[in-house]
Design a protein around this ligand. Structure first.
Ligand code: HH2
Length: 391
């Protein structure tokens, strides 16, 4: 089954990447309140000039200082583009204008509901579901069950990347995952392979996987990005500082959200440079990977800021240790479902596109309720009938 391509609506980031490597958006798109027919995008000032060729091609477009509460910002500019110019340019096939039109469309349409990625670890030692499946048949049955419960992708992993975990040799990891990937793909499910190694990703793609989920965003293995680009697979690029073996040794950030955003932006640029289409890239801030509890909580609280990256976001909060820390109790991983649901609700409100979860049915419900509170239910959703009153 072909992988669903991520929602193409948040493309301001790739557009800015094309304008120049440092011309990246500081903020997402915004309407200009005084002129309803003009659209505005806040970009980083470096590398964007009023006479930029791409901007100049958009008739009537101009660059102005970005005015914040403290006055015009020297670090940001406002790119203003009349709607007519966008449409005219798009008809001429101007690539940048088409991207801007996608952004404009996004302003009018609510974001789609997030989709779920079911976690299926075929490892002896994963922090939550390690050693859970005695054989391939049990693993495949679990993957099918997650798909029935609403998972769009089944994320198969053969190496634990929990804090302190040692690397597993590629051939061992490959032997763990390939039979499960093949069986799930043959059953018609969309399979994601959770690996840092190109050799494992390649074997999984050959066995029918459609998505590569890489916790190192290509930094662990030089061959990963060219492989994914060449195979035209969907790629989840996750943020991590260091390696699982050492990443929790006193992680430090001045501003975790700004720094994670900047580092993800660099990885997105590397993916594009390797030849991946923007519509095939998903970014993940890597909850628990080289981050303290405070860093994780800040990323979740300020998730909406990562939307300015312009690409779909994936979040993996499921059963992670920050949940136990937040409750102040030593809650075992498989008893963190309630905390996971709370975190999932924040992810939904922050604009997550993908949620990587162990408890698919419960998190599908949590995500639907969070979205309904934020946006209301769709008008065609049937109202449930009240249960009969008991005598
Ligand atoms: N977290 C884990 C593994 N892969 N991938 C993405 N994109 N985002 C994540 O947050 C993420 C991930 C770690 O969780 P898990 O697979 O359950 O445990 P382990 O690494 O011990 O197998």
């Amino acid at each position: 089954m072909p992988a669903e391509t991520p929602d193409p609506r948040r493309l301001l980031g790739p557009l800015a990447l094309r304008l120049g490597p440092r011309a990246l958006p500081a903020r997402g798109p915004a309407r200009v309140p005084t002129e309803p027919e003009t659209y505005a995008f806040a970009l980083r000032a470096d590398g964007v000039a009023a006479d930029d060729r791409t901007i100049a091609a958009l008739a009537g477009a101009h660059v102005a200082p970005f005015v914040t509460a403290g006055g015009p910002s020297p670090r940001q500019v406002l790119l203003q583009v009349p709607r007519a110019s966008l449409e005219a340019a798009a008809q001429l096939g101007d690539e940048a204008a088409e991207l801007l039109l996608d952004v404009r469309a996004a302003l009018d349409a609510p974001p789609p509901p997030p989709r779920l990625m079911g976690v299926l670890n075929v490892t002896p030692d994963s922090f939550s579901d390690g050693g859970k499946y005695a054989g391939i048949d049990q693993a495949v049955a679990a993957g099918r069950r997650m798909a029935d419960e609403g998972a769009a992708w089944i994320d198969v992993g053969g190496e634990s990347t929990r804090p302190g975990a040692a690397e597993v040799p590629a051939d061992e990891e490959r032997d763990r995952v390939v039979p499960v990937v093949r069986a799930l793909a043959e059953a018609g499910l969309t399979v994601s392979i959770d690996t840092r190694k190109a050799a494992v990703a390649e074997a999984a793609l050959d066995a029918g996987a459609a998505v590569v989920n890489d916790v190192s965003a290509g930094l662990h293995d030089d061959r990963m990005l060219p492989l994914v680009a060449e195979r035209d697979a969907v790629y989840v690029a996750m943020h991590m500082r260091g390696t699982p073996a050492t990443m929790q040794d006193d992680p430090r950030y001045e501003d975790p959200v700004a720094e994670v955003a900047e580092e993800l932006r660099a990885r997105a640029a590397a993916c594009l440079k390797a030849g991946m289409a923007p519509s095939k890239i998903v970014l993940d801030p890597g909850i628990g990977f080289g981050k303290s509890v405070h860093h994780n909580l800040a990323l979740l609280r300020r998730l909406v800021e990562l939307r300015s990256l312009g690409l779909p976001l994936c979040l993996g909060v499921s059963r992670k240790s920050f949940i136990a820390h937040a409750t102040g109790a030593d809650v075992p991983a498989d008893e963190r479902v309630g905390g996971t649901a709370a975190a999932v609700a924040f992810c939904v409100l922050g604009g997550a596109d993908w949620l990587r979860v162990h408890d698919v049915a419960a998190m599908s419900q949590a995500a639907a309720v969070a979205r309904a509170i934020a946006r209301g239910v769709h008008p065609t959703t049937p109202a449930p009938t009240d249960p009969p009153v008991r005598p």
